[in-house]
Ligand binder design. Structure first.
Ligand SMILES: CC(C)(COP(=O)(O)OP(=O)(O)OC[C@H]1O[C@@H](n2cnc3c(N)ncnc32)[C@H](O)[C@@H]1OP(=O)(O)O)[C@@H](O)C(=O)NCCC(=O)NCCS
Length: 172
């Protein structure tokens, strides 16, 4: 008799803190995406160290099917700003809302439990001017362009676009 395969379980996407156990998957995602920053493992360990300064927020997106890491972000806190240093979603999971979920979770992290701002007034970032996908993503998330750094990047030489996002408390 033919045996039926177990139906694949579908879980909601979960956003949680990154741990050292996630790093192999995080680094594999970054390595597979030419536009993502390619950090050495030591940089991630620094990001995960709760007593390192500046403090960083590192989050991963899990699931929904295989319960593995499908995206991540890292931001450093330089009050009154947070700098979004890296955000990436694996190629097969892009355009399904994971990037936005990660970013929304970052905004929630920089607000305290009462929904009031805990000292971070804006989230800033810089990216290559040719990264049209990320530009569209950041604009859709509410970022506005606030400057250009000419020839900021090397290999290939390229301008950096500077962007900022105002962190608004949930309650006035
Ligand atoms: C940028 C990135 C993280 C976006 O992640 P994502 O999970 O695909 O984004 P989302 O599905 O949450 O998209 C949210 C919105 O952003 C915009 N957007 C995202 N990808 C887009 C694309 N390829 N073209 C146009 N708009 C896009 C859309 O408005 C989208 O909403 P919609 O799907 O309802 O139209 C992802 O494309 C990525 O990992 N890119 C490579 C790494 C990188 O460039 N990182 C940024 C520099 S560090």
């Amino acid at each position: 008799m033919k045996s039926l395969a177990e139906p694949e379980q579908i879980h909601p996407v979960q956003i949680r803190q990154m741990t050292a156990a996630d790093l192999a998957q995080v680094m594999a995602i970054a390595a597979s995406l030419p536009e993502a920053p390619h950090w050495p493992e030591s940089a991630y360990h620094t990001a995960l160290n709760p007593v390192a300064t500046p403090r960083r927020i590192a989050l991963v997106a899990i699931g929904p099917q295989k319960q593995d890491v499908q995206g991540f972000l890292v931001a450093r806190l330089l009050l009154p700003q947070a700098e979004l240093e890296s955000i990436a979603v694996s190629a097969g999971s892009q355009r399904r809302g994971l990037g936005r979920l990660l970013f929304d979770a970052l905004v929630n992290e920089v607000l305290d439990s009462d929904g009031l701002n805990s000292g971070i007034l804006e989230i800033v970032l810089e990216l290559r001017a040719s990264n049209r996908t990320a530009l569209a993503f950041y604009h859709s998330a509410g970022f506005a362009q606030n400057g250009i750094r000419r020839a900021y990047y090397a290999d290939p030489v390229e301008d950096a676009v500077l962007m900022r996002f105002s962190v608004r408390p949930h309650r006035p």
